[in-house]
Design a protein around this ligand. Structure first.
Ligand code: HAM
Length: 414
């Protein structure tokens, strides 16, 4: 049918095994993050557009062309959240979390929206697991944050994972470096890809990201930000590396690591996986010591990361979905017994066990087949001659009093 409505481009339904794998991933994330003191946070799906314009940065692709922005109804422009860090910082401010012991650690598993060109691993609605630690600039917060994402990817069996880290220094260092880099780019303008030239003024750092071969050759000789860090930032970065070394966390220092969002200061990092195609980023993050100020609060340091749920699952993560147990399937021989069957299934569920009832008018034979397929431990068969209970493990069948079914299926195994 040509007029059948389909899910919008870049979105997908989460079904069956995918749903179970996501749940299993969430269990792992909760276990790892809550053990390290992170509490769950859920922020609204949409926020004032201004939050992202100021927080994420006007010059970023995300803000320039990827936001789903609409009129909020009160003359206010709202935007479906393209990322979670600015919203979490907004919530931190709004709820006076600076009064809590610092750093405040918050994690989320939520969906985000970016109007990107969909391709493998890149969607318009996607999910992220994210973790933010706000209120301390101690390098140990950086190292711990990085380690937690490494642990998560390890725990779920992501394959071919590599960690790259870098430091972007302070905004002042970056400004001076930016000017230096712009000068260098201008001197080589003729050898650069047109899109790099077009972005040279707004975001020269992105030139390191270019996949154009000639641009890459030019960038190989470009000045590096890591060489321009001031004493404090250099010491901070050294401390982060030392802490990672101390726990044998493997990483590569990447002096051209740039991230797509403007709020980063000092430490930045990215986990990639060979198991992914062009969109090889499994997760990434960094420090954002100026973000809270950008959105109207006092100077407050913070660091965090987010990792794409779909991407984690694409890295070969092994998250076997345990089939939920089914204690009892209630079958019945004729329609008149539906009420009794319905009651029995309801009673068993109220007692805290898993029970299902025939719901599609199958023949008795069909019902038994269905019970088997569903992995039922027992099947109660309601018939004219009373109720019989079949143990699906042993194949034994016995006639029982209808109100003793519960007793039979909960009796301790011999
Ligand atoms: P991000 O690098 O934009 O950072 O996104 C983090 C992760 O989300 C990516 O590594 C990728 O796995 C996934 N992701 C991003 N866009 C898409 C997409 N269109 N489709 C599928 N997956 C996607 C942030 O969002 C920052 N908020 C991370 C952060 C937290 N920095 C500090 N705290």
């Amino acid at each position: 049918m040509s007029d059948r409505i389909q899910a919008p481009r870049g979105t997908s339904d989460v079904l069956g095994e995918q749903a179970a794998a996501r749940e299993a991933l969430e269990v792992q994330a909760r276990r790892i993050l809550e053990r390290a003191g992170y509490a769950r946070i859920e922020t609204p799906t949409f926020e004032a557009t201004e939050l992202f314009a100021r927080g994420v940065g006007e010059s970023t692709d995300v803000v320039q062309k990827e936001m789903y922005t609409l009129e909020g109804g009160d003359g206010q422009s709202i935007t479906l959240r393209p990322e979670g860090t600015a919203p979490v910082c907004r919530a931190y401010l709004e709820h006076g979390m600076h009064k809590l012991p610092q750093p405040v650690k918050l994690w989320y598993q939520s969906s985000f929206f970016r109007r990107e060109r969909p391709q493998k691993g890149r969607f318009r609605q996607f999910w992220q697991i994210g973790a933010e630690a706000i209120g301390s600039d101690d390098p140990a917060v950086d190292a711990e944050s990085i380690l937690l994402l490494a642990e998560l990817l390890e725990a779920v069996g992501s394959r071919g994972v590599r960690l790259r880290i870098g430091s972007l220094g302070t905004p002042e260092t970056r400004r001076a470096y930016r000017a230096e880099l712009q000068e260098y780019l201008r001197a080589h303008e003729g050898e650069l890809a047109p899109e790099v030239v077009a972005r040279m003024d707004l975001n020269p750092l992105r030139a390191f990201d270019s996949d154009d071969a000639r641009t890459q050759r030019v960038m190989a000789g470009a000045p590096r930000l890591l060489e321009r860090l001031d004493e404090d930032d250099r010491a901070h970065f050294e401390a982060v590396k030392e802490l990672l070394d101390g726990v044998d966390q493997v990483y590569e220092v990447d002096d051209t690591l740039v991230r797509g969002l403007d709020y980063y200061t000092r430490t930045v990092f990215e986990f990639t996986s060979d198991a992914l195609g062009a969109q090889s980023g499994v997760g990434g993050g960094g420090r954002y010591d100026g973000l809270i100020e950008q959105i109207g609060g006092p100077h407050t340091p913070g660091i965090g990361w987010a990792s794409g749920v779909e991407r984690i699952l694409m890295t070969g993560a092994e998250l076997p979905a345990a089939a939920p147990p089914l204690d009892l399937f209630v079958a019945y021989a004729k329609p008149e017994l539906r009420g009794a069957a319905f009651r029995l299934a309801a009673d068993v569920r109220r007692a805290g066990l898993a029970a299902r009832l025939e719901l599609a008018g199958r023949t008795l034979k069909g019902q038994l087949k269905q019970a088997d397929r569903a992995g039922a431990r027992y099947v109660a068969i309601l018939g004219d001659e009373g109720t019989s209970l079949k143990d699906m493990e042993t194949g034994e069948q016995q006639t029982v009093e209808p109100d003793t079914v519960m007793h039979h299926i909960t009796r301790p195994a011999l």
